[in-house]
Every structure is written in C-alpha cells, then in structure tokens.
Design a protein around this ligand. Structure first.
Ligand code: GLV
Ligand code: MG
Length: 444
C-alpha cells in the first residue's frame, strides 16, 4: 500500500469549497486532473453510502473507478473507499477553517486491485503524488476565481429564518421533512440571518431523531434549535444533553443554541426555571395558538385581539414571558398572528409586544415582515432623543462631575441613561443614524 497526502489553503469559506468538491460532481473535470467524467450512482445529496463512478485517464489507458462514501461529517470530513477498479484502499478529505480561509487535506491510502493494476502500479505510484498536488492547486484556483456553484441566497428582510418540523408538517410527512430541512440548510446561503430548525416536542416520538438527523446533517449551518411546548426543565435538559453528545461526536466547534417556546399552562407555570435551565438558551418564545388551546380559551383565530375582553387578554402572559426572559438574559419573542392579510391587526398586536419590551415577533408570511420591522424599530425622534440623553449624561458625569442633570424640562440620571442606551442599541441594530435633537423639538 502507498500513501499520498496533499494540503491546500483556499481563500474561501468551507461551504464554497465543499459545494465544489462534494456537491457539483458534473463539473469535477474542470478542476480535477486526469478525470474525464463522474457519474453519481446513488440518489440525493452526498451522504454516507453515496457512490460515484470516475472515468480516469491513467498511464494504462482509460479506467473506471468506483468509490463509496463511508463518512460524511458536514464541514469536517468526507471519507470513502474504492469499491471497483484498478485501486483498492481509502481516501479522505479533511476540512478546517481559519479567518474565512479553508484548509483542505486530501489523503489516500491505496494499492493495486487485480493483476493488470499490479503491472502498472509502479507507474501509478510514481505519478499519483504529482497528479494529486496538481488537482489540489487547480481546485484552489477554480474556487478562488469564483467558479463553481454559488448557493442561492435566502431573500428576506427577516433577522431569523426557521424551518419547521413541528405543527406545519403532517405526521406522515415528518420523516421526509427532516431530509428537506437538511438539504435547505446545506443549499441556501442565509447570510447574516439566524438559522433555526423547530423540531417536534420532547414528548413526541419524533424529537430525538429530528435532532440527531438535523444536527448530523447540517449542524455546522445551524445556529439554534427551537423546542416547542417546553413544559419543564427536564425537556430543556434532555435536548441540552443530546446536543452535547451529537456535537462531541461531530467535533462541532460552535455550540448550537436553544429557542424555547412557552405555549401551555404548565410551561407558563415553570417559565422561570425553564428560562434558566441551560446556558444554550438564547430566546423565549410565546406561542399563542397552543397556549389558547392549553387554557381552553373559546377562540378560533391565532393571536387575535379580543375586542369583547375588557382590557388586553394577552397582557398578563406576555408580561410574564418578558420578565422571565430578561431575568435570564434571553430575548423575548412573540409568536404568530395568523390573519395574514390583516396587516393593521398585526401592527396593533406587534406594537403591544414591542411596548412590553419584546425583541420581535414571528412572521408567517413575507408580507408580515416589513410591518414587524417597522414596529420593532425605534421611531426616529425617540432614537435621536435617546442619543441626546446618553450624550448629555456623559457630559454631565465626565466633564461636570454631576449625577442627575436637567435636559430641557426633564431630569436625567443613570437610570435614564440605561433606558436610553437600550433604545440606542436597538436603533443601531436597525442601522439608524441620529439627527441633532434638542429639548425644544416638538413635543410628542
Ligand atoms: C406557535 O407555535 C403557537 O402555538 O402559537
Ligand atoms: Mg405552537
């Protein structure tokens, strides 16, 4: 047996190199030397069991070589073995990333397969290292010159995109949906967006396999898992421990976060413990649909305002979510509003959540996203005033050495600065820039 090993550093993220090497087989001849054609013998995306047939130009003439993938660890390793043709042995691509650059090592342990191959093995063994080196150099050039597949961009002004395996997927379609979710995560570019998959609840028969399939298939492209119907801390601990094991197995460098949906009477009763149950938790989400069902509320429209109710029916529950989230450093997010065409209703409802301190709300349809962005962004006058408060307070404390000062008719102190800082941070996240503000600006 002989070994060949070659490493290249490519100025591109792993996803791009990966897509060229493991997802665009028809064009492999454009960067791989000695290769006339690749045929994919199995269906679906590259995974364990995928088989390829190469037509190679070798010193002994054209040769067919079949390989089978034995390991596919997204973003890390693709390995396989030769199953038919002049070589036996195995091969491996290992990936690592530093500062947006990909380091790729190709290793091959090989020997001749059959009498004819043994005759030519001396020549193969002499030539292969330089062929592999040439192929790796040409792969680098190919990717760096911008060739190869470019993943389509997920177009949306939303901050987060979540792919659902839970209540929008029929029981009979749940298993197939896992593969579709993995394919979407692998094939779209979600640049700058939080990438989330909602799995089925911990007390269903699907949860465990949802998590394992999605994380093993696309854990390197996933920011958070959303866990619906969280009832108590044991649900959170179950997911946390399972994720630990899958992440260790895959060698994932980044921990996957958790978004926890509170949508039952029991979940609401245990909300503080749930919110503090795992360091992975990032977000607490209120789910009005399941919550209404759990409370046996006589209502048929998800997230609706009830005009007959004296006051805001949802206020108490939303306030509990925001307190539990803030007490544990999580972001509170409000759930869906199902009247897709009623943008005014959405605006009212989202406005109430925003006033309570929520960071955002679900959109079920692209038409809802613009309304939500408008509602959750600070008003320009408020942002201007917030910047003015921070600046006036800095001047008062740093230069004049006073604590509380007057800004126009209003006293401001450290607490005012904190309130203003929240608004400045939010406005900056929305890309706002402050205009000059003075206390004489029209009263609002
Ligand atoms: C969302 O999942 C809801 O139940 O409202
Ligand atoms: Mg729900």
């Amino acid at each position: 047996m002989a070994t060949v090993r070659e490493t290249v550093e490519i100025e591109a993220p792993i996803e791009r190199v990966w897509a060229v090497v493991h997802e665009d087989f028809p064009n492999a001849g454009k960067w791989s030397s000695n290769l006339e054609k690749v045929e994919v013998l199995t269906d679906g995306p590259t995974r364990r069991g995928t088989e390829l047939r190469y037509l190679l130009i070798t010193p002994g003439g054209k040769q067919e070589l079949e390989v089978e993938h034995t390991t596919v660890t997204p973003g890390k390793t693709v390995a396989g073995r030769f199953v038919k043709g002049p070589l036996k042995g195995d091969w491996k691509y290992s990936y690592s990333q530093r500062e947006g650059r990909t380091r790729l090592t190709y290793t091959m342990d090989y020997g001749p397969n059959g009498f004819a191959a043994r005759l030519f093995f001396g020549i193969i063994e002499r030539q292969l290292p330089s062929d592999v080196a040439k192929t790796m150099r040409s792969l680098k050039k190919y990717v760096e010159s911008g060739r190869g597949p470019r993943p389509p961009k997920a177009q949306s002004p939303a901050d987060e995109i979540f792919l659902d395996l839970e209540d929008s997927v029929a029981p009979g379609a749940k298993v197939a949906a896992r593969g579709q979710v993995v394919d979407s995560l692998r094939s779209y570019e979600f640049a700058g967006k939080v990438r989330v998959v909602r799995v089925n609840a911990c007390d269903t028969r699907w949860c465990y396999e949802d998590i394992v399939t999605v994380v093993e298939g696309a854990g390197d492209r996933l920011d958070c898992l959303m866990i619906p119907k969280v009832e108590d801390v044991d649900h959170v601990h179950f997911v946390d421990n399972l994720l630990n094991q899958v992440e260790w197995k895959l060698g994932l460098e980044r921990r996957i976060g958790l978004e926890l949906q509170i949508e039952s009477a029991r979940g609401m009763e245990n909300i503080h413990a749930i919110a503090g149950a795992s360091r992975r938790a990032e977000t607490l989400i209120f789910g009005p649909a399941d919550f209404s069902a759990s409370l046996k509320v006589p209502e048929l429209t998800v997230g609706r305002l009830k005009p007959e109710y004296p006051g805001d029916y949802w206020h108490y529950f939303l306030a509990r979510v925001v307190v539990a989230a803030r007490a544990n450093g999580l972001q509170p997010i409000d759930g869906p509003y199902a009247q897709i065409r009623d943008l005014d209703g959405l605006r009212t409802f989202a406005g109430r959540a925003a006033m309570l301190g929520f960071d955002g709300k679900w959109a079920l349809n692209p038409a809802q996203v613009d309304v939500l962005n408008e509602v959750f962004a600070p008003k320009q006058e408020d942002f201007d005033k917030a910047v003015a408060i921070v600046e006036a307070y800095r001047e008062a404390t740093d230069v004049d050495q006073t604590g509380a000062v007057m800004l126009g008719e209003e006293m401001i102190d450290e607490a005012s600065r904190k309130m203003a800082a929240v608004m400045v941070e939010r406005g900056e996240a929305f890309g706002m820039t402050a205009r000059p503000w003075s206390p004489a600006s029209p009263a609002r």
